[in-house]
Design a protein around this ligand. Structure first.
Ligand code: OGA
Ligand code: NI
Length: 366
């Protein structure tokens, strides 16, 4: 089959096709172990509110962003300056893509070599349990990674809208990065420099499409993970909820503010800030009544720089927690194994070494 030939370990099944088949039950490969199912929250949701809402037009923005990144790793950004009309156009264009006939979408079928295109799984392990979602993944920047052949031609306006959307949201990411940096007390340009400069930063878009699911209590649209890159700016569905954030063991459902973006810290910012800011696990639940669409833009450091905690945030009291690694190497983990909570960033932790190879601090990187 086409899917297996394209480098996947087994033929790719489109979740949209399963959903539209009208079957009353889902295949066993989409059934999660009991402990991961939506109902089995490890704790109680706290009362009141959910993730913080940050007004980006306020003079106190840097402080509010910094507090949210320390405390939650997630916030909703309002008054962000990206026109509501563009948000609606981006959603509409991508809803239009997923509504096209399957044979049109299949022209863009992706492979695990770069993941660009129309996809239905993350990870290449044969026999892995799968998530109830299809997606479209694109590289936008740097220019040498942006391949127009991988962008859909239809519906009309999708390309232009996606270009405009990603330009505006990438510019917003630059402002958010400056606020995050200022809030660390290291100057507003410092994180941008650590990312390899605005020109070096990588921008990718992942449009998530979660079809209706006949047994939503058994499945997840996207399993628990933290985002591997720098930061993520998510345009959530305007009607259907589904994103949940892990907070003190409980799963908190995000209630999107109309026209807001949901912003979260990725693993690379956790590493650079020596865990002052933390990437937080999140997942997506699905439902039987409605499909759901979200547009995630990932803003990543230049991919060939070894990244490690910034020296300003390292001291004898707070030694470097992570070993250096480039984002090119780092992202191979999720691309091979699929979403697995926070296990990857934890694997970068400096090991306490007891043998003679240890450095002066008694620690080392493997
Ligand atoms: C992601 C993600 C959440 C959502 O694409 O990494 O977490 O609501 N998406 O689709
Ligand atoms: Ni995510």
């Amino acid at each position: 089959m086409e899917g297996a030939a394209a480098g996947w370990p087994e033929p790719v099944v489109r979740v949209q096709s399963l959903s539209e088949s009208g079957a009353a039950t889902i295949p066993a490969r989409y059934v999660k172990p009991e402990a991961e199912r939506p109902a089995s929250a490890a704790g109680e949701e706290e009362g009141g509110g959910g993730i913080p809402v940050v007004d980006l037009s306020s003079p106190a923005t840097a402080r509010a962003v910094s507090e949210a990144c320390r405390d939650w790793g997630f916030f909703q950004a309002v008054n962000h300056g990206v026109p509501g009309e563009l948000l609606r156009r981006a959603r509409g264009a991508w809803r239009g893509f997923f509504r096209q006939p399957m044979e049109v979408k299949q022209r863009y079928a992706n492979s695990p070599a770069t993941y660009e295109g129309y996809g239905s799984r993350l990870g290449v392990e044969a026999g892995a349990l799968l998530d109830w979602g299809d997606y479209y993944f694109l590289h936008v920047r740097p220019p040498h990674l942006c391949d127009p052949r991988k962008w859909p031609h239809l519906p009309p306006g999708l390309r232009k809208t996606t270009e405009e959307y990603s330009r505006e949201v990438a510019a917003l990411c630059g402002r958010l990065l400056a606020a995050m940096s200022a809030g660390l007390g290291v100057g507003e340009a410092r994180l941008r420099e650590a990312f390899g400069g605005a020109e070096g930063a990588g921008v990718c878009v992942r449009v998530n499409y979660y079809p209706r699911c006949p047994q939503p209590e058994l499945a997840l649209g996207l399993s628990s993970h933290s985002d591997p890159g720098g930061m993520t700016v998510l345009l959530a569905d305007d009607r259907v909820r589904g994103l949940q954030v892990r907070r003190r063991g409980a799963w908190v459902t995000v209630d999107p503010v109309p026209d807001a973006f949901i912003v979260n810290v990725g693993d690379q910012i956790q590493v650079l800030t020596n865990a002052t800011y933390r990437s937080v696990e999140h997942r997506v639940v699905v439902n039987a009544a409605d499909e759901r669409l979200s547009v995630a833009l990932f803003y990543n450091p230049r991919s060939d720089l070894p990244l490690a905690p910034m020296p300003e945030l390292v001291s004898p009291d707070r030694p470097a927690l992570y070993c250096p690694m480039t984002f090119d190497d780092y992202r191979m983990y999720i691309r091979r194994k699929g979403p697995r909570g926070k296990s990857q960033v934890d694997s970068l932790k400096v090991a306490d070494a007891v043998d003679a190879d240890a450095d002066a601090d008694g620690r080392r990187c493997y």
